[in-house]
Write a protein that binds this ligand. Structure first.
Ligand SMILES: NC(=O)c1ccc[n+]([C@@H]2O[C@H](COP(=O)([O-])OP(=O)(O)OC[C@H]3O[C@@H](n4cnc5c(N)ncnc54)[C@H](O)[C@@H]3O)[C@@H](O)[C@H]2O)c1
Length: 429
C-alpha cells in the first residue's frame, strides 16, 4: 500500500472543500460533452500563501498566515472577498474561491472566481495593527491582484475601511490611482451606492421569488437569521419591510428570540453599538435569550443562515421547521444535510445564487470605476433585482427540466458557461 503524502487538493472530511467537490460530482452528469473538462473545476488555478509580519503596538512582532486563491479565470479576472477569521485555512479559501467561480457564472458576470483570507481575529487587533496587517497582506498578494487580474472585496471580518487601505496600498505600489482593484470601497473612493446592503438585498429578492413559487406569503411569515453582520442584518431588514416577523437572531454573542417578531429598529442600532445581539435580551420591545442549540428547534417558515460554513447538519435538519432555506452564507449546508432537506421537501435557495447580490453590485462598482461615471441607488437596485430574478428563473427552469435541486441546477447553468469558456479558449500552449 502506498503511503505517499496527500496532495493539497485532497479534501479533509466535512470541510468546505469536500462539500464543494461533492457538489461538482453531482452536476457532471448534466454537462454532456463538456464534462470532459470537469477536472478543471476540481483544481484551483493558482494558490498563493503569504507570510504577513507586522509590528504590534507594544513593539513585538507577529506573523499572520494569508492566502489568495484564484480558482478559475476562464471567464475573466478573479473576483471574490477577503476573510479575516481565526479559522481560515488554505482548504477553506479554495472552497470559497471555487464557489465564487460558480456564483459569478450563475449570474453571468464576466469574472472568474477567487478568494482570500488571513488567519486572524480582527477584533483582537487595534485599528493601527489592522491597517498595518491589511497593507502588508495587500502588498504580498499584489503580484497577482489588479483591476484586470483579480479584484478582492469584503467578506467575514472585513469592511469598506479595509478595502480603502487595500486600494491605497495597491495604488501606492503601482504609482497611480487604481480604484478598480477592490470593490466594497467607501463611496467617496469610488465605492458604489447600494453595495453595503447588496448581498442582503439579493437574499431577499431570491427569497421573495422562491416564496411566491411555493405559495408562502411573506406577510406574517416567521423568519430566523443566523449571523447578523453585513448579510444577515440587511436581509432581515428587507424581510421585515415586506411584513415578515424576524422571530430569532443568532450571532457569535448568542441567540435572541421573540415569537411576535424582534423590533429591528431597536436591534440594529444596538448591534452597531455593542457588536452583537446578546445585549438585546430583556429589551422593553421584547426579546429573550435562549441556548444557541435551541435555535434549531424554533417554529419558523424561513431560515437564513448568514454566518459560516457547515452549520446545517443532518441532525439539525431533523429538528428544523422551516419550509424555505435561503443561504446567505457560503457553504452553510453539508451535502448529507442537503439530501435530507430535499427528502423532507424543504426548498433550499443555494448560496451560489442566493448571495450573488453582493458580487453583482461589486461588478457594478468595478464598471462605474472604469468609466468614472456613477449611477443612482435606485438604478443600481433595479438592475440588481433584474439580474437576480432572471438568473433564478433560468435556474428554476433547469431544475424543473432535469428534476434536480436548485443547487445542482445552479451548478449546471454555471458550469456549462465556465467549461464552454474553457473549451473555446483551448489549452495553452
Ligand atoms: N459581505 C458580502 O458581501 C458577502 C457576499 C456573499 C456571501 N457572504 C457570506 O455571508 C456570510 C456572512 O458574511 P458577512 O459579510 O455578513 O460577515 P460579517 O462579518 O459582517 O458578519 C458575520 C456574522 O456571523 C456571526 N457569527 C460568527 N461566528 C458565528 C457563530 N459561530 N455562530 C453564529 N453566528 C456567528 C457574527 O457574529 C456576525 O453577525 C459569510 O458566509 C460570507 O462568506 C458575504
Amino acid at each position: 500500500m502506498s503511503h505517499a503524502p496527500l496532495s493539497y487538493i485532497h479534501p479533509s472530511a466535512h470541510s468546505p472543500w469536500s462539500t464543494y467537490l461533492s457538489q461538482v460530482d453531482r452536476v457532471l452528469p448534466y454537462l454532456g460533452d463538456l464534462a470532459r473538462w470537469g477536472e478543471t473545476l476540481k483544481r484551483p488555478k493558482r494558490a498563493l500563501i503569504v507570510d504577513v509580519p507586522i509590528e504590534m503596538d507594544d513593539g513585538s512582532v507577529r506573523h499572520f498566515e494569508g492566502y489568495r486563491v484564484q480558482h478559475n479565470l476562464s471567464r475573466g479576472p478573479g473576483k471574490g472577498g477577503v476573510r479575516y477569521h481565526p479559522d481560515v485555512t488554505l482548504e477553506e479559501v479554495m472552497a470559497l474561491s471555487a464557489w465564487m467561480t460558480v456564483k459569478n457564472a450563475a449570474v453571468n458576470l464576466p469574472y472568474g472566481g477567487a478568494k482570500g483570507g488571513i488567519r486572524v481575529d480582527p477584533r483582537s487587533l487595534s485599528t493601527k495593527e489592522l491597517e498595518r496587517m491589511t497593507r502588508r497582506y495587500t502588498s504580498e498578494i499584489g503580484i497577482i491582484i489588479g483591476p484586470n487580474q483579480d479584484i478582492p472585496a469584503p467578506d467575514v471580518g472585513t469592511n469598506p475601511q479595509i478595502m480603502a487601505w487595500m486600494m491605497d496600498t495597491y495604488s501606492m505600489n503601482i504609482g497611480g490611482s487604481a480604484s478598480g482593484v477592490v470593490t466594497g470601497k467607501p463611496i467617496h473612493l469610488g465605492g458604489s451606492l447600494g453595495r453595503v446592503k447588496a448581498t442582503g438585498r439579493g437574499v431577499f429578492v431570491t427569497g421573495r421569488e422562491a416564496a411566491r413559487r411555493i405559495g408562502l406569503d411573506l406577510d406574517g411569515a416567521k423568519v430566523m437569521v443566523q449571523g447578523f453582520g453585513n448579510v444577515g442584518s440587511a436581509a432581515a431588514e428587507l424581510f421585515g419591510q415586506a411584513g415578515a416577523k424576524i422571530v430569532a437572531v443568532q450571532d457569535h454573542t448568542g441567540t435572541i428570540v421573540n415569537p411576535k417578531g424582534l423590533d429591528l429598529s431597536e436591534l440594529l442600532p444596538l448591534v452597531k453599538r455593542q457588536g452583537g445581539v446578546a445585549g438585546f435580551a430583556g429589551h422593553p420591545s421584547g426579546a429573550e435569550r435562549i441556548d444557541d442549540e435551541a435555535f434549531w428547534d424554533l417554529d419558523c417558515d424561513v431560515l437564513i443562515p448568514a454566518a459560516l460554513e457547515g452549520v446545517i447538519t443532518p441532525a439539525r435538519v431533523e429538528r428544523l421547521k422551516a419550509k424555505l432555506v435561503l443561504e446567505g452564507a457560503n457553504g452553510p449546508t453539508l451535502p448529507e444535510a442537503d439530501d435530507a432537506l430535499a427528502e423532507r421537501g424543504v426548498l433550499v435557495v443555494p448560496d451560489v445564487i442566493c448571495n450573488a447580490g453582493g458580487v453583482t453590485v461589486s461588478y457594478f462598482e468595478w464598471v462605474q470605476d472604469f468609466s468614472s461615471f456613477f449611477w443612482s441607488e435606485d438604478e443600481i437596485n433595479l438592475r440588481l433585482d433584474k439580474i437576480m430574478v432572471d438568473a433564478l428563473r433560468r435556474i428554476w427552469d433547469t431544475a424543473d427540466r432535469y428534476r434536480i435541486t436548485l443547487r445542482t441546477a445552479t451548478f449546471a447553468v454555471a458550469c456549462e458557461r465556465i467549461l464552454m469558456a474553457r473549451q473555446e479558449r483551448g489549452l495553452y500552449p
